[in-house]
Design a protein around this ligand. Sequence first.
Ligand code: NAD
Ligand code: MLT
Length: 308
Amino acid sequence: MHQILVADAISADGLQPLLEYENAILIEKKVTDPGVDLKNIEALLVRSATKVTEELLEEMPNLKIIARAGVGVDNIDVNAATRRGIIVVNAPDGNTISTAEHTFAMMASLMRKIPQAHQSVKNLEWKRNAFVGQELFGKSLGIVGLGRIGTELAKRAKAFGMNIYVYDPFLTKERAQQLKVERCTLDEVLRQADIITVHTPLTPETRGLIDAEAIKKTKQGVLFLNCARGGIIDEQALAEYIGNGHVGGAALDVFAVEPPGEHPLLKYDNVIVTPHLGASTKEAQLNVATQVAKEVRTYFEDKPVSNS
Ligand code: NAD
Ligand code: MLT
């Protein structure tokens, strides 16, 4: 019997392909829970909470496959896994629409100050002049990283009459024309955009991609969105430029350390936040869980996996 550890909260309905598999036992526990027999685990299913480090892999000598129920594998030491012959699979497109919709909702909320106005009315105030917003129509949206989520966001922003400027070193001229977006350098995006959103993976190249020097090049009043990964936008630099009034606000779903605890960005009224909810919809969670459950079962049935 293959022992499969489901270490993070993963949709139970999506795990059906594994629950129906007679050669597997599913154990729903954290890797740190007492009594978890890590030595005999052959498959590990995680979201972003479990950090799959080299030290953890050392405790799991029988591990054969790690499945990430989501896109980003930055919580997994993929090199260490590969060195041990462990396959890493993810669910690359199950949460694309949810995350693009969440980013769009954050952008609209930031422009119309909806969270702040909501809180004010709940505090029994009625301050109509305090919450004058801005239209999305006609504004320039800078997208850094035009992959699956960036593309879906661009389509929605176009439908709202926004102009889209993209920096993505892998974006071809043909694809940009097809999507009706303008292909730019990072500097061009920084200088032209009213709103800048990042949708790259977190890698050594993208960590701190938007740092103080980059923010200095932006328009006065620019807004930033980060629904990708904490650390792509340097948080200290962002806090500094919000504090000095150059940046007009930010909408953040992710932080370099989660939960962020006492954080300089949280003190600003023009910073709106959610607790890493981009993919938190019923649909996305069912999609990603089903995708990885099928992959793990496929692997144990000795068939080739697709998203490794
Ligand atoms: P994707 O792989 O489809 O797209 C990533 C894009 O980034 C690609 O087009 C790639 O060319 C581009 N890119 C890579 N390096 C770059 C660089 N240095 N500069 C500019 N562009 C660069 O991934 P996706 O599905 O669109 O997801 C993007 C990221 O969003 C994921 O890696 C994940 O970390 C994050 N994410 C967050 C949530 C959430 O809950 N908030 C949900 C899903 C994904
Ligand atoms: C992802 O990379 O897919 C996201 O972080 C979503 C998640 O796992 O909640």
